[in-house]
Design a binder for this molecule. Structure first.
Ligand code: FES
Length: 180
């Protein structure tokens, strides 16, 4: 059913004797002029609240994402670079080889008949660690069968390069490992 008139029209209000003044142009609901209605709004306060809410949101986002990113991208290991590494001689008995962390490399020190040698233990094929096989007087890579001589030169296998050579010497009860 179509509405035939405005219930709050000035004519109707005056005819009802309610005394309501007609709304002026620009009035807002509730009877206040638009300018007066906006007077109560503190725009500085509203802007401040937006900034606070945005800041809190940013903090929550960062605190949530930071551990995830740290998990995905582990921190780089800080290796202390030294010229020499001293280890107890008793750790490499005759006929054995032992791997030590030396700077950013892993070095295998071999004691064979009282003679010491040291080469990188990292196979130049795909990076597995080699073992010393004293019976054969050679290094053997368990991953794909690479074989190296005692000085690191290639015997056979898929590896493209020899093992990097290091120096190892006895001083008292210690073995001193250094660059060759
Ligand atoms: S990683 Fe050593 S032979 Fe493949």
């Amino acid at each position: 059913m179509a509405q035939t008139g405005n219930f709050k029209s000035p004519a109707r209000m005056s005819s009802l004797g309610q005394g309501a003044a007609p709304a002026s142009a620009g009035a807002v609901t509730g009877g206040k002029p638009r300018e007066e209605g906006l007077k109560g709004v503190n725009f500085e306060r509203r802007g401040f609240l937006h900034k606070v809410v945005g800041g809190v949101g940013a903090i929550v986002a960062v605190s949530t994402l930071y551990p995830v990113v740290k998990y995905i991208i582990p921190p780089a290991k800080k290796v202390k670079i030294v010229n020499e590494l001293t280890v107890p001689a008793s750790e490499v008995p005759d006929g054995k080889g032992k791997i030590f962390q030396f700077n950013e490399d892993k070095v295998i020190v071999v004691n064979s008949g009282g003679s010491l040698t040291a080469v990188s233990a990292v196979c130049t094929h795909l990076g597995c660690l080699v073992n010393w096989v004293d019976a054969d007087k050679q290094y053997f890579c368990p991953c794909h069968g690479a074989k190296y001589q005692r000085n690191g030169e290639i015997i056979s296998g898929p590896q493209p390069l020899p093992l990097k050579q290091y120096s190892a010497r006895i001083e008292g009860d210690s073995i001193i490992i250094s660059k060759a």
